[in-house]
Design a protein around this ligand. Structure first.
Ligand SMILES: [Zn+2]
Length: 379
């Protein structure tokens, strides 16, 4: 929902690398990596330089670079990411979409288009092999394709987990990272504080460290700093888990203005509902974008049940509407005189009135900022 400035991660890259790289080097030295099930090539080749030693530049990129920077280091890693994505999003973007759809030809086209989105030599090995075109003709055959690719990916991830796995991060390091990233409100829901605190001189946090690409399915990125998202436990443990719904990467993208909250009238509403007289209304969350970003925006709304959970903030919205009504109308003159006297800036007036500065670049600082911003600036 709220974009996080990725500079927060860049600022702690050196610290994180110092803390984690020796563990990975140690695991690597003991690992029996074997061959990549997709290519038959020695998997160790991903990690070594021209002299056959562990490539420290690659290791640093893998641990502290963005996902884009990591896949640029080796075309095979791009194939890995595409194939993992194909598996992860398949049940949502193919099975769920096809449920209840009648026309057989459309069903084939949807399966083909989905696979084409992630086309790469690893996947093509199955889908483009002579005689394998039948993968698209029925659910049974398509599921067989998914099962076969998944089996190879599981094997590959088991090999990778010998050196790269989230469990190699200690509890202390996880809490330290949450402290250093310094996010105070869950970026997925913008409802819960995620608090860092000190308990008997030990750093702790109420936040979970979510993996944008889940640890269980995208093993290679399970220690990548730019894959870590501080999130509240409800969003991470109750809603997200490893469900294959595609959502926005919070380090790249937020809801911005094309997804917004609005007060929606219902049959119980009356003339007081829009001026804070009652809570006889619904809180609606609209998404105005089209294309791939629209799918991700809707993914966020669906995965984190945003429109549903925000219904519990009607009383808060009623207060906002009432304050806005009072400020706009009857008492505006008196309040303006008071604010002039106090020499408040516009943001300070907003803070005074609504508890929010209503700045669109600061929506991540307090819970419900996006809701307040949309209700006040759009009503
Ligand atoms: Zn949350």
């Amino acid at each position: 929902m709220i974009k996080i400035d990725s500079q927060r991660l860049i600022n702690i890259s050196d610290y994180y690398y110092q803390e984690i790289h020796s563990t990975v080097i140690d695991k690597y030295s003991r690992a029996a990596l074997g061959n990549n099930p997709f290519t038959g090539n020695d998997l160790r080749l991903w990690f070594v330089n021209s002299t056959g030693q562990l490539d420290m530049r690659f290791l640093k990129t893998l641990l502290t670079g963005t996902i884009d920077e990591i896949i640029k280091t080796n075309i095979e890693i791009e194939y890995y990411l595409k194939t993992c994505k194909f598996l992860h999003y398949s049940s949502e973007q193919v099975d769920a979409k096809l449920t209840g759809m009648k026309k057989v030809t459309n069903r084939i086209a949807i399966r083909q288009a989905y696979v084409a989105k992630f086309s790469n030599p690893w996947l093509d090995k199955y889908t483009k092999a002579p005689g394998n075109l039948s993968f698209f003709s029925s659910n049974k055959n398509y599921n067989k394709l998914v099962r076969e690719v998944k089996a190879d990916m599981l094997d590959l991830n088991v090999l990778l987990a010998q050196m790269i796995d989230y469990e190699y991060i200690s509890k202390e390091l996880r809490h330290e990272l949450l402290h250093r990233i310094g996010i105070e409100v869950c970026p997925y829901c913008n409802r819960q504080y995620i608090t860092s605190y000190i308990d008997h001189s030990e750093k702790k946090s109420t936040a979970d460290l979510d993996h944008y690409y889940p640890n269980s399915r995208f093993k290679l990125f399970s220690l990548s700093l730019h894959n870590f998202v501080p999130a509240c436990q409800i969003c991470n443990s109750r809603f997200k888990l490893a469900k294959g719904i595609e959502i926005l990467d919070p380090y790249r993208d937020g809801f911005d203005r094309d997804t917004y909250f609005e007060v929606g009238l219902n049959p119980a509403s009356n003339s007081d509902s829009l001026i804070g007289g009652n809570t006889f209304f619904n809180i609606e969350l609209h998404q105005m974008h089209t294309g791939n970003r629209a799918d991700q925006l809707e993914g966020n709304i669906r995965l984190f049940q945003l429109e549903n959970v925000y219904q519990s903030h009607k009383e808060y919205v009623r207060e906002l509407l009432y304050k806005q009504y009072v400020y706009k109308d009857a008492y505006k003159k008196d309040l303006t005189a008071l604010f002039d006297n106090m020499q408040l800036t516009e943001q300070e007036i907003h803070l005074f009135l609504y508890g929010h500065a209503l700045q669109d670049d600061k929506l991540g600082d307090r819970p419900l900022s996006k809701l307040a911003y949309d209700i006040i600036t759009r009503t």
